[in-house]
Design a protein around this ligand. Structure first.
Ligand SMILES: C[S@@+](CC[C@H](N)C(=O)[O-])C[C@H]1O[C@@H](n2cnc3c(N)ncnc32)[C@H](O)[C@@H]1O
Length: 262
């Protein structure tokens, strides 16, 4: 592994701090994972390189669909939680590596996946690396979960945050992944992935997740704790009981590699 420097170290510290609780994040929409696995048109077992596998959210979903997965994760704490959660299996191998340097075999995989991880990479380099390890007819898939903000309660939460931290927003994630994938020259134009799910979660867990939400922390600065307190008051005021149903959309892109006779 290359030495960790600068911005990489900030990312490393961020995920090390999150590792113990990261698995509480919402799952990807089942239909979105089905579409990712089916994209390659292969019969199982589909050979997948799951890059930035973290605590194994997407890895687990791929395994339950009969894929053989190589999970690549640079962060030791995230990888340790992922390996413990999934347990020993002949269908999964874990290694330290990055999207830019996976360390995986060239031309070997049907599918390269990034579950909320493509934007942690140097995308042009990671996309080139994905093309290197894919078979000539392989596919790249990247996906993220977004809260659905036209839900009345989520709209209120969002308005509250924006009123206190105007810089905060989902635009952070809507950078044009499709353009970068398409312009790389290594992939055909990506197809849109978008599927909904409802995630039911204990309110206290949802608030705990906000308290470790580094992007909001960065944008809110000194107001961060007060904002999370306000979110908690708002949610407890609007919801009876201890659980909350949060609507999410799994969004992303699917792209077939170009056969450049690599
Ligand atoms: C938002 S988490 C997502 C984890 C998991 N894929 C999921 O769906 O829950 C992003 C992961 O990407 C990893 N990561 C950070 N920099 C990376 C890089 N340059 N290449 C690959 N993964 C990276 C982080 O350590 C973290 O585990």
């Amino acid at each position: 592994m290359p030495a960790v420097t600068g911005a990489d170290r900030a990312v490393e510290q961020y995920y090390t701090a999150l590792a113990a609780t990261y698995w509480r994040r919402p799952p990807y929409a089942p239909r979105a994972v089905d579409r990712i696995v089916q994209a390659s048109g292969r019969r199982p077992p589909v050979l997948v390189a799951d890059v930035g596998a973290g605590t194994g959210h997407l890895t687990f979903d791929l395994l339950t669909r009969g894929c053989l997965v190589h999970a690549v994760e640079p962060n030791d704490a995230m990888r340790a939680v992922g390996m413990a959660r999934i347990g020993p299996s002949d269908s999964v191998t874990w290694s330290a590596g990055t999207g830019e340097r996976t360390g995986l075999t060239s031309g070997h995989y049907d599918l390269v996946t990034y579950g909320s991880s493509l934007d942690d990479t140097d995308r042009p380099r990671a996309i080139r690396e994905a093309a290197r390890i894919l078979k000539p007819d392989g596919w790249l898939a990247c996906a993220w979960n977004r809260r659905v903000l036209n839900d009345p309660l989520q709209a209120e939460v969002e308005a509250l945050i924006r009123s206190r931290a105007p810089e905060y927003g989902h635009r952070r994630r809507s950078r044009d992944h499709a353009r970068i994938i398409g312009e790389s020259g290594f992939f055909h134009p990506p197809r849109r992935l978008q599927e909904r799910l409802w995630h039911t979660v204990a309110i206290c867990d949802w608030i705990t997740a906000w308290r470790s939400h580094v992007p909001l922390q960065r944008r809110a600065g000194a107001a961060f704790d007060a904002i999370v307190d306000e979110i908690e008051r708002l949610v407890r005021d609007r919801v009876s009981g201890d659980e909350l149903a949060v609507p999410y959309a799994t969004v992303g892109w699917l792209a077939p590699v170009r056969d450049l006779a690599r």
